[in-house]
Design a protein around this ligand. Sequence first.
Ligand code: ZN
Length: 175
Amino acid sequence: MTTGKTKSPDGRDQEDCCKVPAHPASGRTPREVCPHCGTPGRRVPELTLRSLLTPMAMRRRASGDAFFCAQPECPVVYYGAAGRFEQGDLTVKVHQKDPSPATPVCYCFGHSPESIAQDLRMGGADPAKTISAKVQAGLCACEARNPQGSCCLGNVTKVVQNARAKAPSSAEPLA
Ligand SMILES: [Zn+2]
């Protein structure tokens, strides 16, 4: 297994498996800058908003695009013509905004930083690889479940790396 991104047969990056379809005009996912923190964010699919906004938030949302702010320090989750929405307007906790170890990082298959650290301690398979296999089998539902509206693998990989950095190395046997 090589490290880094692998290409699928159609040449897309594996991490892009569930990405919002490219904008026909530009060939890229549209981006817009968060009005609160100034970070550019990606457009999220309509299905993501409909799935994850609370009924009260849905009541005040306007028609139009929404973009996801991934900046941890920024309270804004979605912005754009659809309106401005924060963590409390969603039915799930947002990985990027909530440092709690129990907050999901993989929303389709229920992995959190806490569960990933535990899996690694128990010597289980790399969660990024098991998730990747399920994604390739077409079993993920990122658009409907993940607040960022796209595949979690990039985030999971970071969590795995952090967990490995904190845990004592299991590769070196105790003398
Ligand atoms: Zn922001």
